[in-house]
Design a protein around this ligand. Structure first.
Ligand SMILES: O=C(O)CCC(=O)C(=O)O
Length: 265
């Protein structure tokens, strides 16, 4: 059997048609896994999932992550409820890959739309293999072996959990090799990366901002316009994302299940 996949941009993403995520057998799961590695972002429309079913599908990919800072859905520790906190308090309207301040950041996130605005509230995704591959040989040589510091302090402060949040920062390679495909990807983001190992803040800042700009230029992105019942999953090892807050006070609720990954190398 082969999956019915429709590509969503030149750079990444595919809509997978005709799949009920509450009833995925092993051969179908293997097809979905292959499509995930090929397209990096998969969109499944018209799903009807209970929290238990979303958790069950998430567990097919690996152990689920319990977020250290953001509160979970009551009764369901592996589910983060992403709700409209207002534009001023939005913590996801910035390019990022999930929880990169952890020692083993998530490999995948699975976001399910419970309630979405009539218009707006799209999510953008950017392909970090494409962003890396077009860098010059000189820049690639400079980044080879360089490690960046990732910190959750900004997120802790934004969510009022600064005191509870003890992490000092985590070192990860600036260029990581995808553990399943062997492809290289840029692995720095504006939300959590704060500088480079053995460099001052002044030295780090221009390089970090150059790389973060290169990471998300329009030609490496796709944009998802949500409908209720969509489940979108992305590969945090090869993709950054950005939640656009352009919907004022409208209700927007999504449930996220996050799968633990390995230590970036
Ligand atoms: O709300 C969204 O569209 C994306 C949420 C997000 O950025 C995240 O779960 O990390």
């Amino acid at each position: 059997m082969s999956l019915d996949c429709v590509r969503l941009s030149g750079a990444l993403g595919a809509e997978v048609r005709g799949v009920d995520l509450a009833a995925v057998d092993e051969p179908l799961f293997e097809e979905i896994h292959r499509a995930f590695l090929e397209h990096h972002v998969l969109v499944f429309r018209d799903q009807k999932l209970t929290p238990e079913q979303q958790i069950e599908f998430g567990e097919r990919w690996g152990e689920l992550h319990i977020h250290p800072i953001v509160p979970h859905l009551k009764g369901y520790p592996p589910i983060l409820a992403i709700v409209n906190l207002g534009k001023q308090r939005a913590i996801t309207e910035i390019w990022h890959s999930d929880v990169t301040f952890a020692e083993t950041p998530p490999m995948a996130s699975l976001l399910y739309a419970i309630d979405v605005p009539e218009a707006g509230g799209d999510t953008l995704f950017a392909n970090q293999h494409a962003a890396y591959e077009r860098l010059s040989p000189g820049m690639k040589a400079l980044l080879d072996g360089l490690r960046a510091v990732h910190s959750g302090r900004g997120l802790g402060a934004a969510t009022g959990k600064a005191e509870e949040w003890q992490l000092q920062g985590q070192l990860h390679p600036v260029v990581r090799t995808h553990p399943e495909t062997g492809r290289k990807a840029l692995f720095v983001n504006l939300a959590f990366t704060v500088g480079f190992e053995d460099m001052t803040a002044e030295e780090s800042h221009p390089l970090l901002h150059y790389l973060c700009r290169q990471a998300v230029t329009p030609d490496v992105t796709m944009r998802h316009a949500w409908r209720k019942g969509d489940l979108v999953m992305w590969d945090n090892r090869s993709v950054q994302h950005y939640a656009v807050h352009d919907y004022g006070d409208a209700a927007r609720t999504l449930h996220r299940v996050t799968v633990i990954g390995d230590a970036p190398r």
